[in-house]
Ligand binder design. Structure first.
Ligand SMILES: Nc1nc2c(ncn2[C@@H]2O[C@H](COP(=O)(O)OP(=O)(O)OP(=O)(O)O)[C@@H](O)[C@H]2O)c(=O)[nH]1
Ligand SMILES: [Mg+2]
Ligand SMILES: [Zn+2]
Length: 363
């Protein structure tokens, strides 16, 4: 899926943020190929004759649903789309270090008079929220979904094993991107291991997290999940094989997405879903299914800011002797004392240390 991972190339992007409206020169930040564009980026945008939302990817094309169709809220989960490409110059209202395009983005595009030819995306509108991770081996942010109100972080209670490390990263990413998090623990028909029960209790009571227990097989928790989706644009995020597509099918009551058994040998998913796709809910709102993501590197956080994302540390961090305290080695650190006394979950602290180290590494 090459286009999903496409990063903004400096040559083809021109920022058109507020600076333009204020008449400030942003010439240093423009890389226009045409002189006309350099003079007036609005002229470039006027090439577009449509506005729409990116709902999927097909090969090298982005599938764009025209605004009127998108908002019509007809009962169809599938609605007609225009196939579009990114051709030549694209302007964007989003930061340069984020993916140029993602499912959920609102774009301005020009359709081709020849129906067999793809349309051309001309401009990407400002994202209100995003769910991103740091792209592997890069400094840029890989946007998994844009403009979503809620993220369902799907984990299996078992098969594949429940990863606290991944969940803690998910929660930080949600806060960074301005997205409301809901944890979905799926496959409860297989039985919930005691350590998973314990973890859920901690996340619920200490972080006030909404946790939804589900089974795509028995149907337990599906009504609750469906109710949480209603009226919102949400995204399913999680490792491969946890049952994102199975849950989507269960919520819609039809087989919209392919589902495949996890590998017996490695107890991992097989990356069955290969590109993100947005489906309309008959009750209003939409749900985006995404390919499994196991590596969830965080970016754009200074190591010393990390503790602010660990809300369960807050009541203790105020009492640390050193200010600021990184809670890693300083003497008389109340966070470390709270971990030793069992007031802070030692698994959460372990996640903190690992993320802290990875962020330090990046600097
Ligand atoms: N027992 C049980 N199996 C489930 C449940 N949900 C999904 N599965 C199974 O788990 C496997 C993986 O499900 P998928 O829906 O393909 O997983 P996914 O998260 O979409 O995986 P990717 O598309 O690879 O990211 C399939 O064999 C499903 O039948 C559940 O609630 N209980
Ligand atoms: Mg899937
Ligand atoms: Zn401390």
């Amino acid at each position: 899926m090459p286009t999903f991972r496409r990063k903004p190339t400096q040559k083809s992007i021109i920022r058109t943020d507020a600076a333009w409206d204020e008449g400030e020169a942003v010439a240093e930040r423009t890389f226009a190929r045409s002189h006309e564009l350099k003079k007036d980026p609005r002229k470039h945008r006027s090439r577009a004759n449509q506005v729409g939302c990116i709902v999927g990817v097909a090969g090298t094309h982005w599938l764009v649903e025209q605004e009127d169709t998108y908002t019509a809220r007809h009962q169809d989960v599938f609605t007609p789309t225009h196939r579009c490409i990114v051709g030549g110059v694209v302007t964007s209202d989003n930061p340069d270090n984020e993916s140029l395009l993602a499912v959920g983005d609102w774009v301005e595009y020009a359709t081709n008079n020849d129906q067999n030819q793809p349309g051309v995306i001309v401009h990407v509108r400002q994202r209100s929220t995003r769910l991103f991770r740091q792209a592997p081996a890069e400094r840029s942010m890989d946007v998994l979904a844009a403009n979503v109100e809620r993220a369902f972080f799907v984990h299996a209670v078992t098969k594949p094993y429940f990863s606290r490390r991944l969940l803690d990263r998910h929660l930080i990413a949600a806060e960074q991107g301005g997205v409301d998090p809901v944890v979905v623990l799926n496959k409860i028909d297989l039985g919930i291991p005691p350590e998973v029960e314990q973890a859920i209790a901690y996340y619920r009571s200490r972080l006030g997290l909404q946790v939804c227990l589900t089974s795509a097989v028995s149907g337990e928790g599906i009504d609750q999940l469906r109710a949480l989706m209603m009226g919102n644009v949400s995204v399913l995020i999680g490792a491969s094989g946890v049952g994102k597509s199975a849950l989507l099918n269960a919520c819609f009551g039809m087989d919209l997405q392919r589902v495949r058994e996890i590998s017996r040998k490695y107890q991992r998913g097989r990356h069955t879903t290969t590109s993100p796709r947005l489906f309309h809910l008959p009750t209003g709102g939409a749900l985006i299914d995404t390919p499994g993501v196991r590596e969830f590197a965080l970016g754009m956080i200074a190591p010393e800011e990390l503790a602010f994302y660990f809300h369960d540390f807050m009541p203790y961090s105020e009492r640390c002797r050193y200010v600021p305290c990184t809670h890693t080695h300083e003497p008389e650190c109340s966070v470390r004392t709270a971990v030793a006394q069992g007031h802070i979950d030692s698994e959460r602290y372990e996640s903190y240390l690992l993320i802290f180290e990875s962020l330090q590494h990046q600097e």
